[in-house]
Design a protein around this ligand. Structure first.
Ligand SMILES: Cc1ncc(COP(=O)(O)O)c(C=O)c1O
Length: 418
């Protein structure tokens, strides 16, 4: 006879998990090596990458990123958001251009398009929660210049299908690999497929230096424009003559430089990247296998051997997903609904097209006969899928015992809700 299931913690029962869970990825492993390297920079007193006494840490990180990702160039930047917007600028995407983005992503993907004064166009994701190539094709207009596949939560988008559509329509591909450092798609690193790619090293990412990012490309012109843009447009070529890498006449740019201090921390984290991704993949796989008896539909993994440890499942309806996520959280499991289970165009600022410079005016698109409006139901497949999704965070420091607690809690909640 099976025992009666315990009461759920959200209904007053005892939580499966009483001690806090590790939630971070690289951040959980910040340790002696990061401290040693950061202290070295402080000891040198040279925190600026281009200063006369700088120790070349940022350059070394760029070299390592190029090597790992297989691109000809890498530019370290101050964040993943700046990497995305700088990439668009360097590609020449700007006012009046349309850029196709997935309905499901973090708001920064959309923000980068808007910062470039281009117009975001939302396409459907499929059951991998990454951009559906067929929907990209269906959303191409004469104004489309680029597409941004997002490798959401450590799963690479179908770069073969997206590449095919992009080639057919002459679109730039900018990979948003903010959530996918170290992830691969059929043997090739995420970030190596597009005309350019963006990585993020913010605190919650696979590897971190608090804030940071990188732009990857194999196109010299894109790299050169990005390099100058991120360093005040190459002004220093003429004012001091010290930045010999800048070519051509200076233009007006901005400052998105990475510091030597950030690079020192990041260099230690880069040494850990392979271990982080493979441990997260192993933990996620073990949990999925142990839950194989439950009627849960797991997120499709286009390349299970290359993913970086994503645990997302779909329930039958959105109400069950919300309750499942809340019940798991109540059991002490790091679970929830990513971005509230809502597509990014329902983010109120996106929905109402509110920017810092035009409160509530439609995104400027002077060459388009109509303005783009977003609304519930715009991408019904994505709304349905994402609304029914539940995510469980995976950390490289999760022990087998931690993983067992996840399995126990999901079984417990499933007994009540499925
Ligand atoms: C998909 C995606 N794109 C872009 C970004 C922006 O990166 P950052 O926070 O480094 O600016 C993030 C960060 O969370 C992200 O998740």
């Amino acid at each position: 006879m099976t025992a009666m299931p315990d009461r759920l913690a959200i209904d007053g029962g005892t939580p499966v998990r009483q001690v806090p869970y590790p939630r971070g990825r690289g951040a959980e492993l910040l340790g002696a090596e990061e401290i040693r390297r950061a202290t070295g920079v402080l000891g040198d007193g040279a925190l600026f990458r281009y200063g006369p006494t700088a120790g070349g840490r940022v350059t070394a990180v760029e070299d390592e990123l190029r090597r790992r990702c297989g691109t000809r160039h890498a530019l370290a930047l101050s964040s993943g958001s700046t990497a995305l917007s700088t990439a668009l600028t360097a590609l020449g995407v700007g006012e009046g251009d349309e850029v196709i983005v997935p309905a499901v992503t973090f708001v920064a993907t959309v923000g980068a398009v808007v910062m470039a004064r281009a117009v975001p166009v939302f396409a459907e994701v499929d059951d991998s929660l990454t951009l559906d190539p067929a929907s990209v094709a269906a959303n191409v207009t004469e104004l489309t210049r680029a597409v941004i596949p997002v490798h959401l939560d450590n799963v690479a988008a179908d770069m073969t299908g997206i590449g095919r559509v992009a080639t057919r329509h002459g679109l730039f591909v900018l990979e948003d690999a903010a959530q996918a450092a170290g992830v691969r798609f059929h043997g090739r690193p995420a970030g190596s497929f597009g005309d350019a790619a963006a990585l993020s090293f913010q605190q919650g990412k696979n590897i971190t230096c608090g804030e940071g990012g990188a732009l990857l490309t194999s196109d010299w012109d894109v790299y050169d424009r990005a390099l100058r843009f991120h360093d005040q447009g190459g002004q220093f070529t003429t004012s001091t003559g010290s930045r010999s890498h800048h070519s051509g006449a200076p233009f007006i740019g901005t400052n998105q430089r990475m510091t030597e201090l950030a690079a020192a921390v990041l260099s230690a984290q880069l040494d850990r990247l392979d271990g982080i991704v493979s441990r997260c993949r192993e933990v996620a796989r073990a949990i999925r296998d142990a839950l194989g008896d439950l009627p849960l539909t797991w997120r499709r993994l286009p390349d299970p051997t290359g993913e970086g440890g994503s645990l997302i499942f779909f329930t039958e309806d959105a109400k069950t997903a919300a309750r499942f996520a809340a019940a798991l959280a109540g059991e002490g499991i790091p679970a929830g609904q990513m971005y509230g289970g809502a597509p990014v165009y329902l983010n109120p600022a996106v929905l109402e097209q509110r920017t810092a410079w035009s409160d509530g005016c439609p995104f400027a698109c002077p060459r388009h006969p109509t303005t783009r409006r977003y609304h519930p139901g715009l991408c019904p497949v994505s709304e349905d899928l994402f609304g029914r999704s539940v995510i469980v965070a995976v950390s490289p420091v999760m022990t087998d015992r931690d993983a067992e607690d996840v399995v126990t809690a999901v079984h417990k909640v499933a007994r009540h809700l499925l």
